[in-house]
Design a protein around this ligand. Structure first.
Ligand code: NAD
Length: 425
């Protein structure tokens, strides 16, 4: 009988290795100068902070946090702050680099950044979460700012955390600075449509890809991994677009029903319960690994990195993968999927909706003039559609896949900006 430890270990590259490998592929297509390649492969600034927080029981705990700014050639840096027990500087650097390409691919005037604190938020009280956030932002406040580096939410952080960041920064500046962070609650300078933006962008890209691949959207069988901000919104909007969402999952596992799951009901009645989506009765319970290899038309990985790897890529049955999460497919898996004709819409395009509406939020804050939700959604969908078709045309031109085509566009825009600005002094 085989035990878990006897099973072959799947070799996964680190996410930073993945990010650098993807850059190297684009650099080859662009015949990028060696020095310029070095500039783009390296983050401009990495900050590590260790800071104390007095916990509710009176004891002091020390937390480690990071802020990485990858590149400022096209504008101030922009990127989320992640609270998770397994973050590290390397992962944060890879995520910052991906943000640089993502902003360039959809042509918004930012470079990439990312922040993180090594913490399990589920173990914190609300008061501890607030204190940790305020102290972390105080530790990095000299490098953030509405014209320098603008944080946003990511895994483990939410609009309330963004409100505390805005307040802390404002108190230290002596003026209310709403544009220092995005993803805030709407009454505090947040944008309509921001909460749904990433999922909306994922589904907009999915619909365009279905049209290109001639997959009818109506009744397309969709599987979504991750039922947080991105996954739950993508599942709901896919259903509203006419798809049949046959399986969804969170970190506790998946639920599956071939007839389609009632996403609205699951969201309203089960998602916030102690047992989560597992409490929904009319379904089969499956593992996350089983979910990824279900027979379906479209797979939306919207949880975490490296879920589709060389160990399971050959078993993936979807015709189309739309990456809601950052880095869910390893390069080895992508090669296998490519050989089998599985079409992948890469994260840097598919999940750019979040940063696009964050950009809209920042613009609205700087102008103190706010837009209606339908304007935000229409502008977002237009950028995703235009970017999708631009990437598709570069894909055809270079006879490559969507990811490499997207990188060719993004890396070229950042490289051109670097060369045009010149290297100081
Ligand atoms: P979230 O914390 O709201 O939700 C994450 C979901 O994934 C939860 O349902 C969680 O239970 C599930 N999950 C975590 N680990 C899992 C695992 N190993 N297997 C299966 N499910 C797992 O986070 P989010 O904001 O929805 O982000 C999800 C992904 O999308 C992340 O990779 C994030 O970087 C990326 N992303 C988010 C945004 C955004 O605007 N929120 C924008 C771009 C990219």
């Amino acid at each position: 009988m085989s035990t878990q430890t006897e099973q072959p270990q799947t070799q996964k590259p680190s996410v930073l290795e993945m990010a650098r490998e993807q850059l190297a592929i684009a650099a080859k297509y662009l015949d990028l100068d060696e020095g310029l390649h070095k500039v783009l492969a390296t983050p401009k600034r990495q900050v590590i902070v260790n800071f104390p927080v007095v916990m509710d029981n009176g004891r002091v705990e020390v937390f480690e946090g990071y802020r990485v700014q990858h590149n400022i050639a096209r504008g101030p840096t922009k990127g989320g702050i992640r609270y998770h027990p397994e973050v590290d500087l390397e992962e944060t650097t890879a995520l910052a680099m991906w943000m640089t390409w993502k902003c360039a691919i959809v042509d918004i005037p930012y470079g990439g950044a990312k922040g993180a604190v090594k913490v399990d938020v589920k173990r914190l009280s609300r008061r501890e979460l607030e204190k940790l956030t305020r102290r972390f932002i105080s530790e990095i406040n000299m490098i953030v700012g509405e014209d320098r580096d603008i944080p946003a939410p990511d895994m483990g952080t939410n609009p309330q955390v963004m409100a505390w960041i805005m307040d802390t920064y404002s108190m230290q500046r002596g003026a209310t600075v709403t544009g220092v962070v995005t993803g805030k609650p709407v009454p505090l300078g947040g944008s309509q449509g921001r909460v749904e933006a990433t999922g909306r962008g994922v589904v907009t890209a999915m619909v365009e890809a279905c049209e290109f691949l001639r997959i009818p959207v109506k009744d397309a069988r969709v599987v979504v991994q991750g039922f947080g901000n991105v996954g739950s919104v993508a599942a709901r909007l896919a259903m509203e677009a006419g798809c049949k969402v046959i399986a969804v999952s969170d970190r506790t596992g998946g639920i599956h029903n071939e007839k389609g799951l009632p996403i609205h009901t699951i969201l309203q009645r089960y998602a916030d319960r102690e047992g989560g989506i597992q409490e929904y009765p009319e379904c089969d319970k499956i593992t996350n690994e089983e979910l990824l290899t279900l027979d379906c038309d479209i797979l939306i990985p919207a949880a975490t990195a490296e879920q589709i790897h060389e160990g399971n890529a050959k078993d993936i049955k979807a015709k189309l993968i739309v990456e809601g999460a950052n880095g869910p497919t390893t390069p080895g898996a992508e090669a296998e999927l490519w050989d089998r004709g599985v079409f992948v819409v890469p994260d840097v395009l598919a999940n750019a909706g979040g940063v696009i509406v964050s950009y809209f939020e920042w613009v609205q804050d700087l102008q103190a003039f706010f837009w209606e939700e339908h304007e935000v959604n229409a502008k977002l969908e237009k950028i995703i559609r235009n970017s999708f078709h631009h990437v598709l045309s570069v894909m055809h031109q270079h006879k490559t896949n969507m990811r490499t085509a997207a990188y060719i566009i993004g890396v070229k825009r950042v490289a051109d900006a670097t060369v045009t600005r010149g290297i100081f002094p």
